[in-house]
Design a protein around this ligand. Structure first.
Ligand SMILES: [Fe+2]
Ligand SMILES: [Fe+2]
Length: 479
């Protein structure tokens, strides 16, 4: 039963074994005591699971900086090897096509939409200088209140821009990392060493981030969210360095040091729970994804088609009436010439009725859904050196030399940045809320004001107009 029902006073409990339940409950402030208890139990259980994994970071704090630098060098070398292979003509390592890449963005979304959340609980320690490195990291995740730099806002915009919303039903494993991050953020008082260790792991630059950014860009998908992390998480001055600073700031000098480091290392291991980026990449099955999407759509379309349209002896409404017939319907469209696979989708009648502003079914499918249909129809045609692009850009598309499809990587500040108009907390609707909040905050004494700001910097709020204002004020107050 959901946490929201618990808050309405109904007798209920959260399934603490369900990462998705924990995730959803922690993304709805204010949290009930039940939710807090369940999230702590969830975390304790996950830490017990983590303890069975090998330790990939040193237990000796003096060895961490060198270990981190060696890791960064190794990643850079592996990425250079990857680029070399690509230069020699090897195909993409991760994404077979554009829908594969967009599906990846959806499947990692539960984690990305709570980026930084594991550090939320440290904000209350703002008077204590030792916490400054990781409070600064949290504020940087929030873009210091600038929506164009707030990582969660950036990811929301990325999903919206490519029609990846709403997210499909994802497994519990897809919520594991997000739930862990939120649970750490809301239980900071009990898990300081574990949060430091988790942060140390999360802020190391992984190879998959570099490869994803490169291949997204190649497929014409804005890689800025990913390239941004290449710069902000770097080991020399970025979040990875701050992660080490924070550890050294709070490391005990007495006999409890070893126990503290054991807990740091176990927090580090939490990074390996749930489903990893490369597992997400490998789990994509285009046809399966397409069939699931069509099965979801079926419910909306089953009565709205004209009975004049008969394919394979059945009307479209008859095909859509049966949930088990989606695959057969697709096959019937191939058999009866509505879909011509392995060639430019513009040749397929089915594609013609859904793509383009004058198409009879214009607007029925989201960009992502159209991309699935497009890529499934196109099949091997996509491997013939044709342009990689999305639906809506397809009319008159002609095969291009593969080299022409590779666009330059977007640098921060370049024209490819995500459009963020209405997200700066200054749109008409938000203006009045934000101004009344400004007045309320100005009237509060310092400590209460900081507490009020911390409330607005919670993972479910910081990407709103009020949350962005709070981040600007909190950053300014810390100096
Ligand atoms: Fe981030
Ligand atoms: Fe970071």
């Amino acid at each position: 039963m959901s946490a929201s029902r618990a808050r309405q006073g109904e007798p209920s409990s959260i399934d603490q074994g369900s990462a998705r339940d924990i995730y959803r409950a922690l993304m709805k402030e204010p949290l009930s005591p039940d939710v807090r208890t369940a999230s702590r139990a969830f975390l304790t259980e996950q830490l017990a699971n983590a303890a069975r994994l090998p330790a990939e970071m040193p237990f000796n704090p003096d060895a961490i900086t060198q270990w981190m630098e060696q890791g960064a060098t190794r990643t850079a070398e592996q990425y250079a090897d990857y680029l070399q292979l690509r230069k020699k003509g090897q195909g993409r390592l991760y994404f077979s096509n554009r829908s594969h890449a967009l599906s990846f963005l959806q499947r990692i979304a539960p984690t990305k939409l709570v980026d930084g959340a594991w550090l939320y609980g440290f904000l209350q320690h703002w008077p204590d200088d030792r916490f400054y490195p990781l409070i600064r990291t949290y504020l940087e995740e929030l873009g210091d209140g600038d929506p164009a730099q707030n990582h969660v806002v950036l990811y929301q915009r990325l999903l919206a821009r490519y029609g990846c919303e709403p997210l499909p039903e994802l497994s519990d494993a897809h919520y594991a990392q997000g739930a862990l991050q939120l649970a750490l953020g809301y239980n900071a008082e009990h898990f300081i060493p574990e949060i430091i260790g988790y942060n140390l792991g999360y802020e190391q630059l992984p190879l998959h981030l570099l490869i994803s950014a490169f291949e997204l860009d190649e497929l014409g998908i804005d890689p800025y969210y990913f390239t941004l992390h290449v710069t902000v998480d770097n080991a020399s001055t970025g979040h990875a360095r701050k992660a080490v600073q924070m550890l050294l700031n709070v490391l005990p000098t007495d006999g409890s040091r070893r126990r503290f480091m054991d807990r740091v290392v176990n927090g580090f291991r939490l990074n390996d729970l749930g489903i990893g980026a490369t597992d997400v990449v490998e789990s994509f099955d285009l046809e399966q994804e397409l069939l699931e999407m069509l099965a979801r759509k079926r419910a909306f379309g089953q009565h709205v088609h004209s009975d004049y349209c008969v394919i394979g002896g059945r009307t479209v409404n008859e095909w859509l009436a049966d949930p088990d017939k989606v695959s057969e319907f697709l096959q019937a469209m191939v058999t009866h010439g509505w879909i011509k696979r392995d060639q430019d989708p513009v040749n397929s009648r089915f594609w013609q009725v859904i793509d383009g502003k004058t198409a009879p079914m214009f607007g029925v499918f989201s960009l992502y859904e159209k991309q699935l249909i497009h890529d499934w129809i196109a099949g091997s045609w996509l491997n013939q050196g044709v342009a990689v692009h999305g639906p809506g850009e397809l009319s008159g598309s002609k095969p291009l030399h593969p080299k022409k499809t590779v666009r330059r990587r977007a640098a921060p500040g370049s024209a490819q940045r995500l459009p963020l108009k209405s997200l700066d907390g200054r749109s008409a609707d938000l203006d009045s809320d934000v101004s009344s909040l400004e007045r309320e905050l100005a009237a509060l004494p310092d400590e209460l004001r900081m507490n009020r700001l911390i409330g607005l910097l919670a993972p479910d709020k910081h990407a709103t107009g009020a949350g962005l204002l709070a981040a600007r004020l909190f950053s300014a107050a810390l100096g």
